[in-house]
Structures are given as structure tokens and as C-alpha cells.
Design a protein around this ligand. Structure first.
Ligand code: SAM
Ligand code: SF4
Ligand code: SF4
Length: 336
């Protein structure tokens, strides 16, 4: 029977983003700046991270409540041991219609084939510049561009569809918008530009550093005329465009300048098993304790249903009037 679990704004629960680790081999300045996530930073100990068994059980419960799409993220998800075997299990769950992974790409040469064999058809690789120096500056000096391009190539060779995510920051990498667009159009991968967001508390976000959807479109249109493409489904996060006279597409994720909360069907689970009903939430709901108690699946399901029914999140729509007083969860905990 189809569940019609709706929140207070009549939004169904459809997508689940699962962060499998809070660790990362990059230190992107907009996500895990080295000053805060340095050698002294205390990452989650193993026993506070959900095991694959626990996460699989949770996913089964979420699917029974209406979830159809899964996205695996982090931190850097490919740092978690035995990820392909875990994805294989998720992929076999009845009701899971789509599964994707977001990664910084550098470990894809090692794992792409195993991931594909586990049933992963789609991967999103994050890359913010084709210029080595700028890219290093953005990722805390952890990688040049080539290892990421090698990762993308490995995913293609393994038979996966690849999309690219680029966070655009004013004065940092806005000059890379056009070269990135031209490069990935040529390669045949959809590039999605992401407005720099005020996630977490440590990335020094300011409105002045946001390059808005309109500004990104203006930069592109000057050289490569675009036309809008209809959304494939309700709740799609990226506004889609195609280069005129072709089928080649780009996307823009405009959560700052043009919020899409009214169609937000996403729930998020952090690596330690907290449920967040919004990317900008300051509080999560502890599912790990329930999983480790004697609660049954239907009791845990009922708890999650109550949380979803009471959901009224619309942070991005209210961004300009939010007081920003409560500390928010860090991006590396819930994975975007
Ligand atoms: N480590 C993986 C990666 O970078 O692809 C997965 C986790 S990362 C948190 C998920 C996505 O969030 C990446 O595409 C990243 O660029 C994006 N992201 C992180 N911080 C952001 C911010 N402040 N604003 C916009 N996007 C951000
Ligand atoms: Fe790591 Fe991804 Fe955050 Fe960069 S954006 S620090 S790669 S989790
Ligand atoms: Fe969804 Fe929260 Fe983002 Fe709005 S701000 S789209 S409710 S995650």
C-alpha cells in the first residue's frame, strides 16, 4: 500500500541522504576548514557510527514510509571501509528505485568497478575548478585537479553515469564557471553549479560571496546561450538548462537566491544516526539509541512518522529573516 506520509506543508518523504562518515581526505574551505577540522578535531569514534547493519535496517524502515531514492554521502563516503558491499545490500532492498553517491572522486580509480558491480549506476563528483592552484586553495591543499579527473574517468570506464558538482564562490572560483562548462560539455557530463550556502557554522559564509543563479546564467549566456528544460519530477533540486540547439545540459542549485523548500522531500541521516529534516537544522533526532534498544521496526517507524508529520522546515525560504542564533549542524556531518 502506498503511504501518504505528509509533513505540515504537505510534502511527502521521498529521498534519504545517508552520511556514512564524518571524516574526509579534503579540507574544503567552505565545508571543513583546516583551522577547525585540524589534527585536534575529534571525529566520531567507531562505536558512535551506525554500523552497516543498523543503517540497512533504518533504510528498510524509511522505505516502508515512502522513501524511494537514496544518496550516499559524507564526509568522504569512499573512506568508509567495505562501502561497495553495503551499497549492494541497499540496492537489493525492495522499494529502492534509485541510488546515487556523492564523492570528491579521488578514490574512484580504486573503487569504481566494485561500486558498479554493487549496483551503483550514478555518481556525482565534486570539482570546483580546473585550475590546480585554485582547486588546491579551495580543498585545503589536499589534491590537484588530475586525481579527480582520473576518478571521473574511472567511473565512466566502469559504466557509471557521472554528474559534476561545482560550488561557486565570488572572488574565489567564479572565473572557472565558463571553462568548467565548456570542459564538461565536451566530456558529456552534466555540470551542476551550486550556490555557496551558509551550512554549518565554520565556513565564514557571507551573502557577498554568493554567486547567484542569475549571475551564473549571465556568465554562461554570454558565450553559450541556454534555454530552460522542464523539471523531470516534482522536487528536483537543480533548475535545468540546455545549450540551445543541443541536448547538452547544465543544472543550477540555487538554494540561496531561489529557494525550493516547498518541494523538499528530503530527510538526512548523519553518520551517528541522527535524523535531520532540513540541511540547516540545528537539532537532529537520535535514531541510534532506538536502534540499539529493544524497539521494533514498527515502533521506530512510528517515531519517524511523527517527526515527519510535524516537519515545517523552510530555512532557505526564510533565510533573510532568520536570526541565525542557533548553531547548525556541519555539512560534513550530514553530507549536503
Ligand atoms: N565529500 C563528498 C563531496 O565533496 O562530494 C560528499 C560530501 S559533500 C559535503 C557534498 C556536497 O556538498 C559537495 O558537492 C560539496 O561541494 C557540497 N558543499 C559542501 N559545503 C558546501 C557549501 N557551504 N555550500 C554549497 N555546497 C557545499
Ligand atoms: Fe570533504 Fe566533500 Fe566537505 Fe570537501 S565538500 S571537505 S570533499 S566532505
Ligand atoms: Fe529542504 Fe531545508 Fe533546504 Fe528548504 S532549506 S530545501 S527545507 S533542506
Amino acid at each position: 500500500m502506498e503511504h501518504q506520509l505528509l509533513d505540515l506543508r504537505h510534502r511527502p518523504l521521498r529521498d534519504l541522504r545517508i552520511s556514512v562518515t564524518d571524516r574526509c581526505n579534503f579540507r574544503c574551505r567552505y565545508c571543513m576548514p583546516e583551522e577547525i577540522f585540524g589534527p585536534e578535531y575529534e571525529f566520531l569514534p567507531k562505536d558512535r557510527i551506525l554500523s552497516y547493519e543498523e543503517t540497512t535496517r533504518l533504510v528498510r524502515i524509511f522505505v516502508s514510509l515512502g522513501v524511494k531514492k537514496l544518496r550516499i554521502t559524507g564526509g568522504e563516503p569512499l573512506l568508509r571501509k567495505d562501502l561497495p558491499a553495503f551499497l549492494h545490500r541497499l540496492n537489493q532492498l525492495e522499494g529502492v528505485e534509485d541510488m546515487a553517491l556523492t564523492t570528491n572522486g579521488v578514490l574512484l580509480p580504486k573503487y569504481a568497478k566494485a561500486l558498479r558491480d554493487a549496483g551503483l549506476n550514478r555518481v556525482t563528483v565534486s570539482l570546483d575548478s580546473l585550475d590546480d592552484q585554485r582547486f588546491r586553495l579551495m580543498n585545503g591543499g589536499k589534491s590537484g585537479v588530475q586525481p579527480v579527473l582520473d576518478g571521473i574517468e574511472a567511473a565512466v570506464q566502469a559504466g557509471m553515469k557521472v554528474k559534476i558538482n561545482m560550488v561557486v564562490q565570488k572572488g574565489i572560483n567564479d572565473q572557472d564557471v565558463l571553462p568548467m562548462a565548456a570542459f564538461f560539455r565536451e566530456k558529456g557530463h552534466i555540470l551542476r553549479f551550486i550556490e555557496f550556502m551558509d551550512v554549518g557554522n565554520s565556513n565564514g559564509w557571507k551573502w557577498d560571496n554568493v554567486v547567484t543563479k542569475k549571475q551564473i546564467l549571465d556568465i554562461l549566456q554570454e558565450r553559450m546561450p541556454l534555454e530552460p528544460v522542464d523539471a523531470l519530477y516534482n522536487g528536483e533540486v537543480a533548475s535545468r538548462y540546455r545549450y540551445k540547439g543541443s541536448e547538452d545540459e547544465i543544472g543550477i542549485i540555487s538554494s540561496v537566491s531561489d529557494a525550493f523548500c516547498s518541494t523538499c522531500t528530503r530527510a538526512r541521516i548523519s553518520a551517528e544516526g541522527k535524523l535531520y529534516t532540513c540541511l540547516f537544522a540545528s537539532r537532529g533526532h537520535d535514531l541510534r539509541t532506538l536502534l540499539r534498544s529493544d524497539q521494533t521496526d514498527s515502533e521506530i517507524g512510528a517515531y519517524i512518522q511523527d517527526i515527519w508529520k510535524a516537519r515545517s522546515d523552510r530555512y532557505s525560504e526564510d533565510r533573510m529573516t532568520n536570526s541565525h542564533v542557533s548553531p547548525k549542524i556541519e555539512m560534513s556531518h550530514i553530507g549536503g
